[in-house]
Design a protein around this ligand. Structure first.
Ligand code: 16G
Length: 164
């Protein structure tokens, strides 16, 4: 089981075979013109971002080595249809360990039911293990808890707090 957890795929897909007409790969700068922001806008407000701003942010994230932004491309349409990000955060605790964060998990409405969300989260969960993260966390709405529980995520006793 490549996913390293109890998640099962039917039909069977994997990062290297994500399904007919799909390619799973790291984000690249050309994805700005392949609807990357359109997909993100299905999750939340993206704001107006210019190509220059995007490339600057992309280069910054790349330089840190801590951002694993993964996309699924519809290769026939040359359009991004799904994305998810793993971020590693560095700690002194737990013997200078790393903590993983799964962020911006979104599958375009037009590609629902193709197991792409499951594939992305499985891939990033496995990657967090390979990168020796001592824990991996995410924030989600109550409706999405059952989905994330499949990958071994549990509701935390700690409360998520924010200030905006
Ligand atoms: C969700 C996302 C989070 C994203 C946030 C955006 C997952 C697992 N969680 O909580 O990563 O940052 O939505 O919402 O994808 P906001 O615009 O209110 O911050």
């Amino acid at each position: 089981d490549w996913s390293g957890n109890s998640v099962s795929f039917s039909p069977l897909i994997s990062p290297s075979s994500p399904g007919e007409g799909f390619l799973l790969r790291p984000l690249c700068t050309a994805d700005f013109n392949r609807g990357f922001f359109k997909v993100l806008s299905e999750l939340t407000h993206t704001g107006d971002v210019t190509a220059e701003q995007f490339i600057k942010k992309f280069e910054h994230m790349k330089k840190t080595g801590d951002y694993y932004v993964v996309v699924v491309e519809d290769t026939n349409l040359a359009q991004i249809v799904a994305t998810a990000t793993l971020i590693t955060e560095h700690k002194y605790i737990h013997a200078c360990a790393k903590r993983g964060r799964v962020e911006e998990v979104v599958v375009s409405d037009v590609c629902r039911g193709k197991q792409l969300g499951k594939l992305l989260v499985s891939t990033l969960t496995l990657l967090s293990k390979k990168l020796n993260c001592y824990k991996v966390t995410l924030e989600c709405s109550p409706q999405n808890m059952a989905f994330y529980q499949k990958f071994g995520f549990n509701a935390s006793a700690e409360t998520y707090m924010q200030r905006r």
